[in-house]
Design a protein around this ligand. Sequence first.
Ligand code: ADP
Ligand code: MG
Length: 472
Amino acid sequence: MKKSLLIVDEDMDAAHLLRQQLSSSQWLEVCGHAASVEEAWKMLQACKPAMVLLGGLAETERGVLCQQFRLAFPHLSFIAACVPQELMWEPFFRNLGIWVVTKPVQPSQIEALAMMPSAVSESGINRGPQYGEFHKSPMQSEVVPQQLQHTIAETQFYPARPVTAGLPSKRLITVYGPKGGVGKTFLSRELAIFFSMQKKEGRPLRVLAVDFNLDLGTFATTLNLPRTPNIYTWVQDMDDQLQAMAQRQGRDPQTMRNDEWQELAAVMPLTSHDISKYMVRHDETGLDVLTSPRDIRHSFEIKDYHLYLILETLKQSYYDVILIDTAPDTTDATIQALFFAEQVVMVGNPVVDSIENIQRLLKLLREAEYPEERIQVCMNRLQRKEMFTLEEIRAYFQLHPSKRIFSIPDDAEVKKSINSGNPVMLQPGRAAAKDAIETLGKALLPIEPGKAEPAVRPKTKERPSLFRWLWG
Ligand SMILES: Nc1ncnc2c1ncn2[C@@H]1O[C@H](COP(=O)(O)OP(=O)(O)O)[C@@H](O)[C@H]1O
Ligand SMILES: [Mg+2]
């Protein structure tokens, strides 16, 4: 049976053309075209399509529209047709379970998607593709008819990039908190160290920490590590590649606009083979760190498409766990880190301004239908007696009853451990802060019992990080 498709797009010509092209399709039938939200609602009622192609409507955001339609018609699946400049929205759409294709839309792409088995969640609601499913090859699907297979093989589901088969499952964890000084960098460091001390199938986990505080990052400092190479080293190499690509296409890199670079970046081949040259190694634990630039001015040259390419490449890399430390802002780097992540640690302190900002952020993410199960709230620097209890904070955040709030005690040793570059997790003996970080770490990355063995190498000599940073 043919699947019915509703086209929602202001671009009349594009919609008519696609409709014409699909008129002889064996798999799909266009049941209507709506050029406004109102029209789209009417057609949804009237023709009950199985799929909706969201081209573009100036009056609304596609993500919001998709969620509204889904509430009323839970079994709909959605495809967003994007121009290359909309590249940065791809992780956002992906999180909403929306397929993404490039404009101009190829009818074969839509047919191929119509043939995909729909992802039905436990609740029975069709959420479309979930995170990670974009990289499943459609060729694996048994329901795809032979004659379509070659088309699918050639189809570029923009900008989904193939993932090398056989890679171990990995976790991308973003540590975020919409206020400075709450302990994001401290927790990123401790979690990264904790994970690098765990083993998987007899070998230590391969862990990477990324400093996404592009301008004022200090992650390297908190581990006494040098700041070269860094993200900017990688960005320069990417720029060389992009410029060479532009020249091969007969274009003048000097006159190219940001959106043209974005377009080029979308088709740039990725390789994660030799990215270790951009990392600095923490010898004691084997943790790799991708540090932020040394010079603030270098951070100004890092563009959204660079960050996108970095995140996509890291996703294909050999690391088991990637931890991203972020800045307390809502810049591109932070938003991309949130939307690429499988888990987010939302860090705050039990003070009213920090709590207020977390609440605002949660509201924003809820409105964007960000999957809340990915967020772990962590209150850092808890003292014995606080003005607000965790229960009060939980009620204020309107968290799901099953959701716990993690807490890390305020500990005088933390300051010392940051100044000396010696993580709490590597200090001998037991400490409340250490136990609390371990609890959080285990919740983020459940490790089978018996598999957690410390894999720490002998200690090298300590040096106070501040001095090294100032004069080193
Ligand atoms: N659990 C804690 N106990 C005591 N001090 C802490 C704790 N967590 C963080 N701090 C202090 O707060 C400072 C800021 O932490 P940091 O991780 O740099 O915050 P952020 O990255 O959110 O800006 C640290 O230098 C440390 O002195
Ligand atoms: Mg920080």
